[in-house]
Design a protein around this ligand. Structure first.
Ligand SMILES: Nc1ncnc2c1ncn2[C@@H]1O[C@H](COP(=O)(O)OP(=O)(O)OP(=O)(O)O)[C@@H](O)[C@H]1O
Length: 237
């Protein structure tokens, strides 16, 4: 379970996040949706201990991320694509992450296989396509076999086959009892993957609940997005 309780973030005089409260529950895929600049990454960075909330709490199974004894075995995350240095080869990058987190070396080959990068294990990350980088980031998130996954815009750069693959992967994870929180700025994309939606605009939660409930009363998913986020110009597209 991932729990956000009244999270606020102030940067100077700029309010980035106001009173963000929601839960991502086990067995569910929770889509965190909002236009560019709404505050999705800022919220996830606070959850993952990369930034501090001005007030409020973001907890992983009741514990702040920084106090988890085995963070990568508890919650796997991907924030900025692969997170790997361009000069590294995929296998060595994952090997380094595994070693520094006490994760068995066998997981490197297993996760490369799982994300469809087994044949690119010795390729430098700098030569990867955007989609391959996303897959490597997802491999790193899966390395410690965590019960929870937090993925920032995981579908970015994936082709239709990749999108179908990640949908299956995240659904399987939730069906096995895992918790999945993924952000997106595309309503249609997230509505197909998620069970629950949390919609954010201007640093505030403007709607949350099961996808069908959040989108009820709108003629289309697109109308729902613009109606909820007040984004009539389509900045979220
Ligand atoms: N390090 C920072 N310093 C100052 N302002 C920041 C910083 N990081 C984010 N912001 C601001 O916080 C707001 C929310 O940004 P954030 O990246 O969290 O949004 P987002 O919903 O993830 O958007 P996107 O889909 O474009 O990534 C924006 O106004 C952004 O300019």
């Amino acid at each position: 379970m991932l729990t956000f309780d009244a999270v606020c973030k102030q940067r100077g005089t700029h309010t980035i996040l106001s009173d963000i409260s929601f839960e991502a529950r086990p067995g569910r895929v929770t889509g965190f949706l909002g236009p560019n600049g709404a505050g999705k990454s800022s919220t996830l960075r606070i959850l993952l201990g990369l930034d501090r909330a001005t007030s409020g709490t973001a907890l992983v199974s009741g514990t702040p991320y920084r106090r988890l004894s085995a963070p990568l075995r508890t919650v796997g995350s991907m924030l900025d694509g692969s997170g790997a240095h361009r000069s590294r080869v995929a296998r060595d990058h994952l090997g380094w992450v595994a070693r520094s987190n006490g994760i068995p070396r066998r997981r490197v080959a297993e996760t490369l296989e799982l994300v469809g990068l087994a044949e690119s294990a010795r390729t430098r990350v700098g030569q990867f396509s955007l989609g391959m980088g996303q897959r490597l980031g997802i491999a790193a998130a899966l390395l410690g076999e965590p019960g929870m996954l937090v993925l920032d815009e995981p579908v970015n750069g994936l082709d239709p086959e990749g999108i179908r693959w990640i949908r299956g992967l995240l659904r399987g994870h939730a069906n096995d009892g895992g918790t999945v929180l993924l952000s997106s700025h595309l309503m249609s994309e997230v509505a197909e993957i998620a069970d629950d939606l949390v919609v954010i605009a201007g640093g505030r939660v403007v709607a949350s609940g099961p996808v069908a409930t959040v989108t009820a009363g709108y003629a289309s998913l697109e109308d729902a997005f613009f109606g909820l986020t007040g984004d009539p110009k389509g900045a979220g597209r």
